[in-house]
Write a protein that binds this ligand. Structure first.
Ligand code: TXA
Ligand code: MG
Length: 335
């Protein structure tokens, strides 16, 4: 399959380009598109065969359910059987935006979307291109991140092509995505809301709107509530290690002196100490800016074919929670 690439204006998407992409979705094809978090790989959520194409293109395990992207709360309600007060308040507060809600599903949602489970994850993205595409297709759009399964999510069109060129019908390239890491996933299908994946909306912001939530989501307890919680996800090709800043710098230099090509990702500027094997990457000291840059940095180090990536851990405070989560998962080795 040849992947067509169409460049689209990220603030005012051209209607003819959006119409072409919507037509691909309506005939059951796969379209990668930018959202405010990362690029999504979209298919008609109501067509099981179209959604099956997403799993094939990504090499995604069938037990991992997919988020359905909708225009608004009304679109989400058509896919769910229960709309608790928390859903109403959260969607009024955070939608369109990077918050995904898990709710009991309507039977019309195909099993392939929910991995056969009783719930569906829904989110209304804020990105103008995503919004225009959903509106023009007039469909709920199932879309996981547009990367090969378990690899680093795509925050630029180039990243999508690096993983999926030849495997999808169309890329709508709207430039870099503003958020840089994935949405927050919150399970509202149980009596007490539970954080399944930290993301761009923080747990504290959610609690300001609906009161206390369970944050134990990242612990491995019981059946897998969200396979995005699996170890070894969001991972670059090279083995990645996270260490406290000074140790990270020492360790990276030691590896480089052994002749390994090492990417060193740290806050602020780091000198390479004249070692050609050490590739230092300075990161912003602000969590929002760091998130925007993180996956692009990992993709670039992959493209530079480094042997190892060493990350100096950012501060251990609430605003860095989602970044710590992604770094932890990127650094988990296969057992
Ligand atoms: O920001 C995002 O969320 C991006 C953009 C494209 O919207 N999407 C994304 O999708 O990150 P994906 O498939 O890479 O991650 C979705 C996460 C996975 O951890 C999946 O297991 C979980 O959401 N999930 C999806 N449906 C679920 C459900 N019904 N119950 C529990 N978890 C679910
Ligand atoms: Mg993903």
């Amino acid at each position: 399959m040849k992947t067509q690439v169409l460049h689209v204006d990220r603030t005012r998407p051209e209607p003819d380009i959006i119409a072409a992409a919507a037509a691909v979705l309506r005939r059951g094809g796969l379209v990668a598109f930018p959202t405010e978090t990362v690029y999504g790989l979209g298919a008609n959520a109501l067509a099981a065969t179209a959604v099956a194409g997403i799993f094939a293109a990504k090499g995604r395990p069938g037990h991992n359910p997919i988020i359905v992207h909708v225009a608004d709360a009304a679109g989400a309600r058509r896919l769910t059987t229960d709309w608790p007060d928390a859903a109403e308040r959260l969607t009024q507060h955070f939608w369109p935006g990077p918050l995904t809600l898990v709710l009991p599903r309507q039977p019309q949602v195909p099993d392939v979307v929910t991995a056969g489970g009783p719930t569906v994850a829904v989110r209304a993205p804020a990105h103008p291109v995503a919004r225009a595409l959903i509106a023009a297709a007039d469909l709920p759009v199932a879309a996981p991140s547009a990367n090969l399964s378990a690899r680093v999510s795509a925050t630029r069109g180039e990243h999508v092509l690096a993983g999926l060129e030849g495997r999808i019908d169309l890329l709508l390239d709207g430039g870099p995505t503003p958020g840089g890491i994935e949405s927050t996933v919150l399970d509202l299908s149980r009596p007490r809301p539970r954080l399944l994946r930290p993301g761009l909306v923080s747990a504290a912001e959610i609690e300001e709107v609906i009161g206390p939530i369970e944050r134990s989501g990242t612990a491995a307890e019981g059946p897998l509530p969200s396979p995005g919680m699996l170890a070894r996800h969001y991972a670059p090709r090279a083995a990645l290690e996270c260490l406290p800043p000074e140790e990270a710098i020492r360790h990276a230099r030691a590896l480089a002196e052994q002749g390994l090509r090492v990417g060193l990702v740290a806050l602020g500027a780091v000198a390479d100490g004249d070692n050609p094997y050490l590739l230092p990457v300075g990161m912003p000291g602000n969590a929002t800016a760091y998130a925007r840059r993180l996956y692009d940095t990992l993709h670039k180090l992959d493209a530079a074919a480094v042997d190892r990536i060493v990350v100096a851990l950012p501060p251990d405070t609430e605003e860095w929670q989602a970044i710590h989560d992604r770094l932890r998962r990127a650094s988990t080795r296969d057992p």
